[in-house]
Design a protein around this ligand. Structure first.
Ligand SMILES: [Cu+2]
Length: 138
């Protein structure tokens, strides 16, 4: 094999790896994209409107990316709480599956400034997983 052919082969092998490593939710607005991860899944999400602000209703555009041999979740539940204050939201968000691991979450409101934690409970491959992401909200 010539050197050029070897290079072409390496590039062909590397391309799918690069695509897989490119990230989760690349279609989401990178300026406001947040992520949460477990060993088996990654979640990327963007608040609408962004950025997050206390006392304002918002939604999330969200993408779930299975890692390795994991599958897309059969069910996804989204919530938010303030661990330091031991309280959650006063609202229960609704999650709508849009297909291909994309979701729209409506009906969120973080009612005070401070550190909040998004909680994503998903069930896939017969297991429950919890992914979390903390954010400071003004
Ligand atoms: Cu609080």
């Amino acid at each position: 094999m010539t050197r050029a052919a070897r290079c072409a082969l390496l590039l062909a092998l590397a391309a799918p790896l690069a695509a897989a490593a490119a990230g989760c939710g690349d279609t989401l607005d990178a300026r406001h994209r947040l992520e949460a991860a477990s060993a088996r899944h990654r979640v990327a999400f963007v608040p609408q409107p962004a950025p997050l602000a206390a006392g304002r209703h918002f939604s999330l555009d969200l993408v779930v990316c299975p890692q390795g041999d994991a599958s897309l979740p059969l069910a996804l539940r989204v919530d938010a709480d303030m661990p330091a204050h031991r309280h959650g939201m006063n609202y229960r968000p609704t999650v709508r599956a849009l297909g291909d691991g994309r979701y729209r979450v409506d009906g969120l409101l973080l009612h005070m400034p401070g550190r909040w934690r998004f909680v994503f409970d998903l069930s896939a491959d017969g297991r429950l997983e919890r992914l979390t992401r903390e954010v400071d909200v003004e």
